[in-house]
Structures are given as C-alpha cells and as structure tokens.
Ligand binder design. Sequence first.
Ligand code: GCW
Length: 677
Amino acid sequence: ANDGYKLWLQYNQLENPSEWQKDCFEQYKINGSSSTLDIIDDEIQKASMGFFQKVANQEQNNPKLIISKISDLDLKKFKLDATKITDLGSEGFFIQELVTDSQDKTTIVAANTDIGLLYGTFHLLQKIQKNEWIPIEGIFQSPKTQHRLLNHWDNLDRTVERGYSGFSIWNWHRLPRHIDQQYIDYARANASIGINGTVLTNVNANSLVLTPEYLEKVKALADTFRPYGIKVYLTARFSSPIEIGGIKTADPLDKEVQNWWNKKAKEVYEYIPDFGGFVVKADSEGQPGPHNYGRTQADGANMLADAVAPFGGIVMWRAFVYSEKTPDDRHKQAFNEFKPLDGTFRENVIVQVKNGAIDFQPREPFHPLFGAMPKTPLMMEFQITQEYLGHDTHLAFLAPMYEEVLKEDTYVNGEGSEVAKTVDGSLHSHKLTAMAGVANIGTDRNWTGHHFHQANWFAYGKLAWDPYETSENIAEDWLKLTFTNNPDFVDPVKEIMLDSREMVVNYMTPLGLHHIMAESHHYGPGPWVTGGSRADWTATYYHQADENGIGFDRTSTGSNALGQYAEEIQTKWGDVNSIPEEHLLWFHHVSWDHQLQNGDNLWNNLAKYYQKGVEEARKNVKIWESLKGKIDDDRHQHVLSFMTIQAEEAEWWRDACLLYFGQFSKMPIPEGVEKPK
Ligand code: GCW
C-alpha cells in the first residue's frame, strides 16, 4: 500500500452513509463541457469508488446533485437569490441544498467559472469525507487572495535547494514529450486546496530556463496544469541578457536590455499565453541585480514589469535583500532598502516579503515591512519546507506559525492592522494580492518525506485561500481527510500537531533565540559557529552570548531594528518587562540572572524550555505508539520511526545548547533538567 501518495484525497470508505451522501453520487449532473468539467466528473467517480466502491451515476432528468455554472442554472426553479451569488468572483463557489416547486431537494454546486466549480466540488467531497452537512444557509466561498502560489526552489539538474523529500518532480529530461502522472496528481492536489500558481524554478535562478529548449518544456507543464486552474511562473535571473542574450550589460535602464526583456516576455507568452509572470531574487546572497549597475530594486522590478504588462503578467520582486557588505543588522536591511521605494513600483509589481526579517526561523517576529509600504502591494512568503525546523524528520505543524504571524498587529493604521490585512489587500486597498509558500514537495513516495509534512502543504493552501482560517480547523480537516474520522485518533493527534511547532521552538530556539543551527545545511545545533566568510551567517552574531548575558540588542541602545515597527510595538517590545517573552532574546541582550515573569532567572528558564521540548518529543512517541491499529501500519510505522529520530535529536539540541551556553552563564543545570551527556 502507498496511502501516503494519496495525500488528503484518500476517499476512505464511508461508514453508514446517509441518503444524501448516496444520492449525490447516484444521481448527479454536470452542466456543460470542458476539460475542467471532465476533471470534476473524474473526481466524482474517484470519490464514489472510495466512499462506496461503486461507480457514480449521471442523471439528467431528476438529478440530486447539480454542478453548474450560474449562467447555466435555472435560478427561478431553485428560487435562488441572484444577489447572494454576484460576488463569488472568478474562483468562488456556493453549495446549497435547494428545494424546487415540486419539493424535491437538490444539492447545487455553482460558480461563475469552471474553476470555481472545481473548487466547489472538492469542497463538497471533503465535507462528505468528514461526514459533515451543508448548512441550511449554504456555503459561499471565494479566495481572499488573488495569487496563491507554491515556490519551488528546484534546480534544472533536479536537485532542490532546501528540499528534503527526494529530487525535483520536474523531469526536465523527459519533458516535453513525456507527461508524468505525478504532474497531474500534483495539479489535482493543489487544486483541491485552492492553489492557483506554481513557480517552477529556484529563486537562485538559472537563465537557461528562459531559452526555447526549456520554454517548450515549461509549456508542456503549463498545458497540463491549466485545466486545474494553475498558472505557471518562472524565476528570472537578472543577468539573463548577458548569459543567454549576448548583451554586455544587464543594466535595467539600458535600452538594449529593456528591449531584450520585452522580446523575451513576448516569446514566453507565445509558448504560454496565460503565463503568470516572474519571481526575482536580486542583489542577495550572490545573485545579480540592479545594484550591480547602481540602480534601485524598483528600477529592476519595473523593467520586468513593463515587459510582461502587455500580456497581463506580474512581477513578484523579493524583499529578501541583504548584504554582508552593509554593516547594519541584517534584520534592518530589507526595510531600509524597500521602504523609501514605496510608491515607485509599477502596478503589476508585488513585493514578496518573508514572514520575518531574518530567515524562516522557528519563531520570528513579523517582518517590519508589513504595513510599512502603503502604496505598494506586499505579499507574504512562507517557507513550507523545513530548512530550520528539522528538515524532513521533525514533525512541526506549521499552521500555528503562519497563523501567529498573520494575526500580529502592525498598528500602522491603529489597532486592528493585522498582517493578514496587508496580505488580503484590505489594509491599504490593494487589488493585487498574493501569498507564496516555498514547497516541501519532492519525488519521495509520500511527496514530503514526513507524512505529517503533507499537512503543511495543505495548511499553506488553506491559509492562502483564507488568511483568517484557524490552525485547529486545518489540523482537524487534514487528519480526517488523510487518515480517519475516528476521534480516538483525531483528538490526540490534533493536540500533537497543534503543539508541535512550539515544541520545536522549545528544544531549538526558546525565548527568541534564532539562527543557531549548524552551518550552511542548518540541520541540528551549531550555536558555536563563528567567523566563516561572513558575520551574518554565523550563530554567535545572532545570540551574542558572553559572560554578561545573551541576546541581540535590537532596541535603541543596540541596532534599533525595533525602530522599524510602529510606536505601540516599540513601547511594548522595547521594555524587557513587557515584551512577550517568546521574543525576548530577539530584541534584548539580558543577563543570565535576569528575572523572568515566573520569578526564575533566564538561565534556568532557558534550560527548562530545552528540557520541556525533549519531554514533549518523547511523549509524542508514546502517544503515537498507543495509536497503532487505528490507521494503516505503513504510515504508522513510518511516522513512529521519524518521531523517534525527533525525540533523540531534541536531546541533541538540548545537550549541545546547554553545554555551549553554560560556558558563559557558568550556572548549574537546574533541577528537573537532565544533565547533558
Ligand atoms: O533561507 C535562505 C536559504 C537559501 C535561500 C534563501 C532565499 C534560495 O538558506 O537557500 O536561497 O534563503 O530565500 O533566497
């Protein structure tokens, strides 16, 4: 069995199905015809086979389930109030049980477009799998962000930067002639959670992907994904005009360079008429960019934006720009670079900002750019792949981390200016909205290495669709769709999931510590990492531990990165006694005997957090062992094995960090904490 490959689309047999559940499959009707509607039909068949081991049956005259565009529906017959359905937009849907004059009950899935119907159908099938009803008033949904994208850091040689689940699923060698089933399964999985775009290539980009040889391959993928509502995007290497264009410069203000990009964009759109646009990482970590020519990020972004604008494309320009040559705290660099450019970007540019100012740590305060550029659309970039959270083997359900950042109040327009409101565009009335998630997908049989990391892909999709969704709902849905509705399994495992990210913070980086992972691969502890090629890639730079204390002073007595946030936040976080303790060492350097809210000193608290993380990881193993038999043995065993690794490595983290920091604190390991081995 390889149930892992089926993700959250298991379609497990329904126990005691209701009449309504059966009717939906025994008498269904799909209005119209298109490749997307064929996919819907196929999905209903797949679900029917899984739910009832039976082929589903179309019924033209007396259907019990109708899937139809609103324009093809007899609104009067179903007494449908047209005003309720006008703002569904191009991707929304509604589902309702309606009564006709003859008192027949019919379940309707309706939308303005075929893609809306696909989303609605998946929603209905998920409801059925979870054994839930359609509420009387119906379900009306449309996505709160426009572009919901996966970013693949996949290289053309099929290695994946920060990928831990095998190789890239894009088999460039076999493309375009061979379309692998996995591409189709990938598109289907994404459509089932509302993802509508994919950036195929690494942001550390290779310009070869923009040559005709590769564009043909990209086109084949785009054609495969299109009926699933998924657009293809590429990363654009800034120096492409030099590397594949034979031009001497890539200066964005140079006419020849501009023409080259204009022509290149036109060529791309000849292959892929609905090409989404470009993502660019420039002037960061060795990537070329406008700085090479003394130009601004806006000069670079606007040149590309002009090239794709005639075809409706967008440019996602990353704000992850920092340099070791800038002496300033890395936390401050993106803000300092981008904030002054507010209002100078073209309309089809959106600035892509990581959730935090450093780099996808287990916990980061929200990025100060959110809310700080009212005239520019900003999008959120989350990392789904677990570069800093234990790679493939450590269970960390990331929805609580995403949710935490989305709910943070930026205060830029006073209280209630949550990060989520910059993401959905409502804070500063932007139409262009987006979210990106760095994918954790690879050729592993279960896609993501750890079975539970499928949940992070799922959670990302759900939050991109609705940034106000809760982790708890997401965890519960995912468990039911992926494993079983059995509460004896779902309830305890949901708790494990919801606490898992905090557990990782506890045994890796409690109290606001950050970037103390081992050098370059970032797996395991490495708080001792010093020197190297650059200060901002070394752990000691971030924790600043010495005999006097620990933590990075980012208040006005230090780097004053805190000054990039709103007054309310500066006041609260600027004071060691009022900053949430989870951010303490991110913003303050405090002494080892500094007293925390619980009355105990910093060192003891630190030690106890590490111990707590270890105990949580061990407890998870026990709970999981007790659930044997509640799900298939394959997945049970796989997860158990990974959880055991995690528990061992939580000890590794605790021991390494306490031994290392203990050299400075010179304080004993407190009671209740195991002595490092
Ligand atoms: O998280 C860091 C990674 C790099 C990555 C970079 C980025 C793609 O360590 O591997 O490069 O961020 O986001 O650009």
